[in-house]
Design a protein around this ligand. Structure first.
Ligand code: UDP
Ligand code: MG
Length: 345
């Protein structure tokens, strides 16, 4: 039984490291070699949540083998390949730590930065610490260009709080994790949802290393999927395109109407041309406007269905017992901290 050992259940876990992995057999040994000493040296009760995202290679087998000699390693196996963000969701949902760090399996995010993230979060009482890529020179030119376009677009859509060049290497406090878990969003894009929370945050910069082994699991198709999910998850703007097209077409239609009528008055037309032409342009414009109107309403339904909470309670003096889901200040999760939430300085 992977999750059932009593000792594991009763020591409060301070740090969970969530690692989604899909066909990462080539990189796993290197990952363990680098991650384990960092966590051991950190000296806090921890767990490593390896989310096996339906790998078809020997990833599951290797994880089982590593687990024999590494009690802190926990494996959450998904039944099928569900994608990076979904695997991350599975890991965040199950992580037990007071702080949760998410990490790519391919060592592009250096595990050595985890202690810095934890120290920063604890020292400043932060809920989020972003790992920000200081150097992307190891990525291909196309990847850097597409990432640049992506982050510019995302800042426009989700607001300026989206840190540029922050991927999925970050630390979250229990409060932030619970807030994310409470979101009803299905197709989650954490690099936008986390900044959207707007919780107190800090940054740790790191050099983006090349993939240690294996091949990228983000081919072009998946990058496009991520971009589409990002846009549709944060904006109904594409639905309005029809409205603007319709409005534009309407203006053009008026101009053409003047033109056809003049041509008609001057007798420079074939019989039937004026009515036919006017009809086509007019109907086209009307249809686009109607589609646009539908879009506006669908947009509203979409926002209503998303039903995201508009606030998160940090503290309520009327509450008798602190609600662990709504608000432990990060420091409270420490063993030595008082158990009553204190207002943040
Ligand atoms: N990943 C996953 N499921 C997928 C695709 C990717 O769990 O369907 C994991 C992958 O194993 C890695 C992380 O997501 O740990 C990031 O993927 P990758 O390094 O291939 O992306 P890139 O760095 O090339 O953007
Ligand atoms: Mg990678």
């Amino acid at each position: 039984m992977p999750e059932g050992r009593d000792a594991e259940r009763h020591t409060p876990v301070v740090l969970s490291v969530v690692i989604p992995m899909f066909n990462e057999e080539d990189v796993l040994p290197a990952l363990v070699t680098r991650l384990r000493p960092v966590l051991t040296e950190l000296g806090v009760p921890h767990e490593v949540v390896a989310v096996d995202d339906g790998s078809g290679d020997r990833t599951a087998e290797l994880l089982d083998a590593f687990r024999l000699g590494w009690p802190e390693l926990r494996v959450v196996a998904l039944r099928r390949n569900s994608g990076h963000q979904a695997a991350l969701t599975a890991g965040l949902d199950r992580a037990r730590g007071a702080y949760v760090v998410s990490l790519d399996a391919d060592l592009q995010d250096p595990p050595e930065k985890i202690p810095d993230m934890l120290a920063l979060a604890r020292a400043e009482g932060l809920d989020i610490v972003y790992g920000v890529r200081a150097d992307r020179s190891s990525d291909s030119g196309f990847k850097r260009w597409s990432a640049g376009v992506y982050y510019r677009l995302m800042r426009r859509l989700a607001g300026p709080s989206v840190p540029a060049q922050a991927g999925d290497f970050r630390l979250l406090s229990r409060a932030a994790v619970e807030a994310l878990k409470a979101l009803p969003d299905q197709q989650r894009v954490y690099r936008l949802l986390v900044p959207w929370l707007g919780f107190p945050s800090g940054q740790v910069t790191y050099e983006r290393a090349p993939r240690t082994a294996g091949r990228t699991k983000y081919p072009l198709g998946r990058m496009i999927r991520l971009a589409v999910d990002s846009v549709t998850g944060f904006s109904a703007a594409p639905l309005r395109i029809a409205t603007w097209l319709g409005a534009g077409a309407f203006v053009v239609c008026l101009g053409l109407l003047v033109y056809t009528l003049t041509a008609f008055a001057l007798g420079r037309t074939v019989p039937g041309w004026t009515s036919l032409f006017t009809g086509i342009v007019f109907i086209g414009a009307v249809q686009l406007v109607c589609v646009g109107l539908l879009g506006e309403y669908v947009g509203r339904i979409y926002t209503a269905v998303q039903n995201r909470p508009t606030y998160f309670v940090r503290h309520d003096t009327a509450a008798t017992a602190p609600d662990p889901a709504s608000d432990p200040a990060p420091a409270d999760a420490d063993d030595d901290a008082p158990s009553v939430p204190l207002p943040r300085a």
